[in-house]
Design a protein around this ligand. Sequence first.
Ligand code: CMP
Length: 147
Amino acid sequence: MADVQRTLAIVKPDAAGKPGVAGQILARIEESGLGIVGLKKIQLSDEDACGFYAVHKERPFYAELVKFMTSGPVIVAALEGENAIQRWRDLMGPTDSTKAETGTIRGDFGTDIERNASHGSDAPETAKVELAYFFNAKEILGQVEAL
Ligand code: CMP
């Protein structure tokens, strides 16, 4: 049976702040065959960013990461499709933009390991939690129970 999944995508402030880049990233998502079933542009507060990245709070880069993620608006998107989690991660490329190939989102639009243009959930359980962090059921198309 096809494993239709949902995942959270974030276009981070570095990419969302460059004219035309967010549009290119959203186009790549759609051209890959993934569906965009929820979408909004928001400004994260310190509290929002701290909560979202709470799993990293003991890491040395946490404070800088929160500062970066609140430095300008982000675009959050709910993506849907067969194996959506891995497919979105493949489109992004590795976390460190300096190691990401040309043709990947991080390779083309990111700068380094922190300013890496985009985020994606890493597993079905985290996708569920991360989607619910930014979207309520009415803001995502399709079946409510899949959220
Ligand atoms: P993301 O996929 O959003 O998940 C956690 C984020 O922390 C990651 O992308 C990077 O933006 C950031 N990050 C991860 N590792 C490091 C690091 N070693 N130094 C700075 N930032 C990092």
